[in-house]
Write a protein that binds this ligand. Structure first.
Ligand SMILES: [Zn+2]
Length: 296
């Protein structure tokens, strides 16, 4: 038995080193049709470097051209373009960056300086700190920004952008296609797991549930939700996630008050058991963020 286990280990090690030497996998992105004028270039699992292309990208086909919501990781621009071309002959004329992260802004430069790039004003400030947008590349920063709310286009082509406060970062945009009753949440609802609160970019796990509450209260008339990194969801999933992040915050605050370590608090976190389909892989990071934010 021992010998077989050892052989297994050897084989596994061999497979791992072969995988490391193998040529890069072809860059293929899946596309999902939501409506005649709206598609999603879907996201794979963050962490799997070989296949991870970045977040869910909305492809909205308007009379004036194609609007993308987010544009995936650097290096995936051609794969994005190929998929867009498979559903429309119209050019990409506008990119909305939901937030600063490279898996949502990585191809602004690929699509060029003639494309209108739109983001919340704090996201532009966050993007200015990224190497990808320094010097010559500053021309790929958002040329159009807003503070709380902005609408683009009209009628069936209308897009509403909302900013409700800090959460994943300090500049997360919620994008609504009112005529289609679809909402793109960016990473304010990335997955059914602990939220990622990027404190270096103004994110806050303390503010997170409060920010999501505003979405629940103010964005009505939506049937379909495009999350940051998961398959399509419904508005009820957003409401559930708001409850989850709120419970997680209260739990972390109580644990901190009781003098528990982050590790102990994470180990005892069983709130997740009451949320079907939820994972606990990112709970520790969220509890840590609450501790860091609240410690004096
Ligand atoms: Zn992100």
């Amino acid at each position: 038995m021992k010998r077989i286990a050892f052989l297994g280990l050897l084989l596994a090690a061999g497979a791992a080193s072969m995988a490391a030497q193998a040529p890069a996998a072809p860059k293929v992105i899946d596309i999902v049709k939501l409506k005649d004028t709206l598609y999603v270039l879907t996201s794979s699992t963050p962490g799997d470097a070989a296949t991870f292309s970045g977040g869910n990208v909305a492809v909205f086909i308007t009379d004036a051209g194609v609007t993308l919501v987010d544009d995936k990781l650097a290096g995936w621009g051609q794969a994005v373009l190929d998929k867009v071309k498979s559903v429309t002959a119209k050019p990409i004329t506008r990119i909305i960056n939901t937030h600063t992260h490279g898996d949502h802004t990585g191809n602004n430069n690929f699509f060029g300086a003639n494309v209108e790039i739109v983001a919340q004003e704090n996201t532009k400030t966050n993007m200015e700190k990224m190497d990808a947008f320094k010097g010559e590349n500053a021309k790929f920063l958002p040329g159009k920004t807003y503070k709380d709310k902005m609408s683009l286009g009209s009628g069936k082509d209308k897009i509403d952008l909302y900013y409700f406060g800090a959460g994943h970062t300090s500049g997360d945009t919620f994008v609504v296609f009112p005529a289609l009753r679809v909402l793109h949440t960016g990473d304010m609802f990335a997955w059914k797991d602990g939220p990622l609160c990027d404190r270096n970019n103004g994110g806050s796990c303390v503010a997170f549930p409060r920010t999501l509450q505003k979405v629940v209260e103010q964005i009505k008339d939506v049937d379909t939700v495009i999350p940051g990194h998961s398959p399509m969801m419904k508005p009820s999933d957003v409401r559930e996630y708001q409850h989850f992040t709120d419970e997680l915050l209260l739990y972390a605050m109580d644990s901190m008050k009781a003098g528990k370590s982050v590790d102990d608090a994470t180990a005892a976190f069983n709130v997740v058991d009451r949320y079907p389909g939820y994972k606990k892989e990112r709970v520790k990071g969220a509890i840590q963020a609450v501790y860091d934010e609240l410690k004096k």
